[in-house]
Design a protein around this ligand. Structure first.
Ligand code: DHB
Length: 390
């Protein structure tokens, strides 16, 4: 197979990139080891920055985000038994949208297939070769085990945190790395929303996040040990633990139909590009989930890379392609900092002293009682401006 851009991974980054490239008249092939059904039904993130929503809506990637998505103009930080609202409209005049990632993926897959995109499910990339030449190749295998070779002008690794493409760019583990001594226990339940907006709760027992998915399905998380078994608790215990972490509010309970444990890590690959092979999204960086930056950061990478590829492939101008990694890195580290900060602001460190605990409450108070503090949170949460999408 021969194409201009070979994209490994049909997640938000890979599919959006192929959509934006198509709009510039640049052809691509997208492969993913998963089935279409797996991609469209796996429950992942839920919060889109305003800039992400604008890209999806204005480029025709998703018609539904503005109608099916729900605009949120603030969040609640709950600590010491009291709720404190951070008002995004008032502080920064921007907002976020609650629209689940798998809905974004359904929209993107539908749009790509309607446009006649060469999008192959069940095709597993095994290796990327010849990164240093202007004809890099992806060696892959389809579901029946037949070898497929894709030769391209540029190969993009949008293949997530266990990226195969990363090996060709930076070596398998070349990156800045941090682990955390806790994880999130996540549930999906059938119940009405417990609040109009998301609640980020800090309590002596640890963190909880009361999020939503739809009028009938809610998503909630609480801080747990990374080795927790998903079957360790019965439903009554789960509700008790969630409720204890957001004192002063009453959760609407309902049958819990999915449980998972999300491990936390921060990672930034040392390199995002080697020759004609580029990494975007989770393949290049991972953030802890607090603050919902993961998918939004992937979208920002892709918007930037689209401009660089357009210049490279249509105008033979390498300037933006050469500066892509450095430009992307600036936003990535701001998002890394924000995700780390939201995490440390709200979680209880195992072994925290009384001093640590009181200091944390002082920090929370600093954020909610200071316009500057609230404004920083709102600005980062709703997202820094994206480059124009042309
Ligand atoms: C969700 C996840 C997050 O990490 C977050 O900060 C907000 C919402 C969610 O899954 O709904």
């Amino acid at each position: 197979v021969r194409t201009r851009v070979a994209v490994i991974g049909a997640g938000p980054a890979g599919l959006l990139l192929s959509h934006l490239l198509d709009r510039c008249g640049i052809e691509s092939v997208v492969i993913d080891s998963r089935t279409r059904e797996q991609i469209e039904t796996t429950i992942r993130a839920g919060i889109l920055e305003q800039g992400t929503v604008e890209v999806l809506a204005e480029t025709g990637a998703s018609d539904r985000v503005l109608t099916a998505g729900q605009k949120h103009e603030g969040i609640e930080l709950r600590f010491g038994g009291e709720g404190h609202r951070i008002d995004f409209t008032d502080t920064v005049g921007r907002a976020v949208w609650l629209y689940p990632q798998h809905e974004v993926l359904k929209d993107l897959v539908a749009a790509r297939l309607a446009a006649g995109q060469d999008l192959r499910f069940g095709v597993t990339a095994e290796r990327v070769e010849d990164a240093g030449t202007d004809r890099p190749r992806v060696l892959a295998r389809d579901a029946e085990g037949y070898a497929i070779e894709i030769e391209a002008d540029v190969v993009v690794g949008a293949d997530g945190s266990r990226s195969v493409a990363r090996e060709a760019v930076t070596g398998a583990y070349g990156g800045y790395f941090r682990e955390y001594p806790f994880a999130w226990f996540g549930i999906l339940c059938e119940a009405p929303p417990s609040a109009g907006e998301l609640i980020y709760g800090n309590s002596p027992d640890g963190f909880a996040l009361i999020s939503q998915r739809s009028p009938d399905v809610q998503r909630m998380y609480f801080q747990c040990d990374p080795d927790t078994d998903t079957e360790a608790y019965d439903e009554g215990q789960l509700w008790e633990m969630l409720q204890a972490r957001v004192p002063g509010t009453t959760l609407h309970e309902g049958p819990i139909f999915q449980r998972d444990v999300l491990r936390f890590r921060s990672f930034v690959a040392h390199e995002m590009r080697r020759g004609r092979v580029v990494l975007v999204g989770d393949a290049a960086h991972t953030v802890p989930p607090t603050g919902a930056k993961g998918m939004n950061l992937a979208v920002a990478d892709v918007v930037l890379l689209t401009d660089a590829l357009r210049a490279l492939l249509l105008d033979r101008d390498e300037t933006l392609f050469d500066s892509f990694a450095e430009t992307a890195r600036q936003r990535i580290w701001k998002a890394q900092h924000f995700s780390w900060w939201m995490t440390s602001l709200l979680h209880v460190q195992p072994g925290a002293s009384d001093f640590d605990r009181m200091r944390q409450l002082g920090e929370l108070r600093t954020v909610v009682e200071s316009r500057a503090g609230s404004t920083y949170l709102a600005e980062a949460y709703t997202g820094w401006p994206l480059p124009g999408t042309g």
